[in-house]
Design a protein around this ligand. Sequence first.
Ligand SMILES: NC(=O)c1ccc[n+]([C@@H]2O[C@H](COP(=O)([O-])OP(=O)(O)OC[C@H]3O[C@@H](n4cnc5c(N)ncnc54)[C@H](OP(=O)(O)O)[C@@H]3O)[C@@H](O)[C@H]2O)c1
Length: 253
Amino acid sequence: MSLAERLLPGPPERVDVGRAVELAERPAGSDRPWVAAVFISSADGAAALGGVSGGLGGPADRAAFQARRHMADMILAGAGTIRAERYGPPPLPEDVRARRAARGQDEVPRIAAVSASLAFDEDQPFLAPETRPLVIAPATVDPTRRARLEGRAELLLAGDGDVDLAGALGELRRRGVERITCEGGPRLLGALLEADLVDELGLTIAPMLVGGEATRIVVGAQEAVRRMRLAEVLHAEDGDLILRYLRERDPGA
Ligand SMILES: NC(=O)c1ccc[n+]([C@@H]2O[C@H](COP(=O)([O-])OP(=O)(O)OC[C@H]3O[C@@H](n4cnc5c(N)ncnc54)[C@H](OP(=O)(O)O)[C@@H]3O)[C@@H](O)[C@H]2O)c1
C-alpha cells in the first residue's frame, strides 16, 4: 500500500494512492469512451530516463499506474511505447481480477496499440495470445505488414495515412469500451490532444532533475491549447506528486 496526503480537494487527509486513483469517477460519453492519459515527468520535464519511463517513478507512481490499469476496460498505447517498454500481458493479481469480473469487466484489460507502420518484432511480448492484442492502424497500411500480423492481432482500421483516433474511439465505444487508460507515449498524446480526445491527465511529477535531451510528455504535435482543471493532488510519502487534471470543455462546444 502506498500512502499519500490528499491536498486537493480539501481538507487534507491520508489516502491510499491506489484506491484514490481507481475509484475516481470516469463517465463514458455516448460517442466514445472516457480517455484518461497517464504520464510521469521529472521536475525538469523529462518523460524518459535512459529511453524508458520506469526509472522516473517511485512506489506511489507505480501504485497509481497499476490502479489505472485496474479500472480500465482497455489500455491504449502508441507503438513507440509498446516497442520501447516491451509491453506484454498486464499481470493483475487475483483480487483485482475478481473485482473487475464483479463489475462486469474482462478480468484483464485488453491492450490496443496505435501504429501506422505495423513494425512489430516477431518476439514482441505484446503479440502474445494472452494479451489479445488489438492494433489500430490506418486503412492505408502496408498490405504485406498487415498480412504478417494476421492471426496474431486483431486489426481495427480507421483513417488514411494517420489513424483517425476519433473514429477508432467511436468504434471501440460501439463495442462496449467505456474507460480507456492511455499509457502514452508522447506522440500518441500529441495526436489525442490535437483531436481534443483527452478527458483526464494523470500526471506524476517525480522529485528529481534529469537534464539531458529527454523528450517531454507531448512531442510532434501542432500547438493545441486544451484548458485543464486540477481536480486532485496527492503528495505521496515517497515524494511523488500525483496530479489529476480534467478537461474543461466549453459547455457550448
Ligand atoms: N513519461 C511517460 O509517462 C511515458 C509514457 C509513455 C512513453 N514514454 C516514453 O516515450 C518514448 C516513446 O515515445 P513515442 O513518442 O515514440 O511513443 P508513442 O506515442 O507511444 O509512439 C509513437 C508511434 O505510435 C504510432 N502513432 C501514434 N499516433 C499515431 C497516429 N495518430 N496514427 C498512426 N500512428 C500513430 C506510430 O507508430 P508506428 O511507428 O508503428 O507507425 C508512432 O511512431 C519512450 O522512451 C517511452 O519510454 C514515456
